[in-house]
Design a binder for this molecule. Structure first.
Ligand code: UT7
Length: 339
């Protein structure tokens, strides 16, 4: 049941940014034993972007944040809180959110990071929505950024073909017209399955206590387990989130899934009996951009006029943790960039 006493919330802006360097499937085939046919048919991915030179997780996040603020037509001083959903920050501290806050001049905002891998943006929306609905804050910037290219084993064909770097952002705001567009957000975790998708972080003990070995901080993934997890848990989360909003799958206009893999997206679509044109995807261009993939896919669809005003959307994320979750929203954002 929706509590009438809560503050109504809307998404006022969306933004994205990807690095310029494009790596095509054929390029990866030059360094590992793979080919375009295997990657395209098993994943749907044709190319991805990777950071280079001075680009960092924060620089991508800053560009996506500026894009979302321009979309919303609001200034950085209006932001009360910056949340950065990232699992591969540039530093252990300060947080990426603090660095983004400084770079965009959001001096009135508190800032912290969330670590929920590919579900990070949904976790961020959940936190933002609750802070606004409770009356604590009016405007929250949620940035999602991951730079997997720095944490892949580029000799492991089972993982290095899957991921791309990118950033996405949402401006979540108290709704000016009193209409609540956040119908429900449902988040979950199962830490017992954490080992199936992991990037270990190796600190070093004091050398006076024991000698230190060099260990690699790279993606370790059990692809089959992640596939099984995604196709069983994610449809359930979408239905649960719709049910929390007193809606059914028949009310849904579009599904914007985390862009992990075309086979996973297709299996989720089939389980929910959705039409192909109801499912938003652009992973052929960017690969799996982790926490950033939902806004990157949604903004692409908006720019291509695929999402009519007032469409009912389910945004769903899933990934390491394991974590998963769905946000059911009414899309009414006006693109101030085009006005
Ligand atoms: O955000 C969540 C992130 N994770 C995911 O989305 C991953 C979910 N998992 C999957 O999507 C699939 O498990 C993969 C796409 C990763 C793999 O597909 P699969 O159909 O499960 O392949 P597989 O692991 O069963 O491997 C089949 C064969 C193997 O060769 P053999 O043992 O049959 O000779 C692999 O060595 O394909 C081989 N293979 C490759 N061949 C060419 C694995 N990766 C590659 C590659 N190129 N890149």
């Amino acid at each position: 049941m929706i509590n009438e006493n809560l503050v109504p919330v809307t998404i006022a802006g969306i933004g994205m940014y990807v690095p310029e360097t494009v790596i095509k499937n054929e390029d990866i085939a030059k360094i590992v034993d793979t080919n375009d046919d295997w990657i395209s048919s098993r994943t749907g991915i044709q190319e991805r972007r990777v950071v280079s030179g001075n680009e960092t997780a924060v620089s991508l996040g800053v560009n996506a944040a500026k894009d979302a603020l321009a979309y919303a037509g609001i200034s950085s001083e209006q932001i009360d809180l910056v949340i950065c959903a990232t699992s591969m920050p540039d530093n252990l501290y300060p947080s990426s959110a603090c660095e983004i806050q400084a770079a965009i001049g959001a001096q009135n905002a508190a800032a912290f990071d969330i670590s929920a891998a590919c579900s990070g943006l949904i976790y961020g929306l959940f936190v933002a929505k609750n802070f606004i609905m409770s009356g604590t804050y009016e405007t929250v910037l949620v940035v999602g950024v991951d730079v997997h290219s720095r944490f892949l084993d580029w000799t492991d064909r089972t993982t290095c073909v899957l991921f791309g770097d990118g950033a996405g952002a949402f401006v979540v705001k108290k709704s000016d017209d009193g209409i609540n567009d956040f119908l429900s957000v449902d988040i979950h975790a199962d830490g017992t399955k954490g080992k199936e998708l992991k990037i270990p972080l190796y600190g070093k003990n004091c050398p006076l206590v024991e000698p230190n070995d060099e260990k690699k901080q790279i993606v370790n993934m059990n692809g089959k387990e992640i596939y099984k997890f995604a196709v069983s848990y994610v449809p359930e989360s979408i239905l649960n989130s719709l049910s929390l909003a007193e809606l059914t799958i028949d009310d849904l206009d579009f599904l914007v899934p985390h862009q992990a893999n075309m086979r996973i997206i297709s299996a989720i679509k089939d389980r929910l009996k959705l039409n192909t044109d109801q499912v938003i995807s652009n992973l052929e261009k960017y690969g799996n951009t982790s926490t950033a993939s939902i806004p990157i896919a949604l903004l692409d669809a908006l720019d291509n006029n695929r999402i009519p005003d007032s469409s009912l959307l389910a945004l769903c994320g899933f990934g390491a943790g394991l974590t998963w979750g769905t946000a059911v929203i009414r899309w009414r954002a006006k693109d101030q960039r085009k006005l």
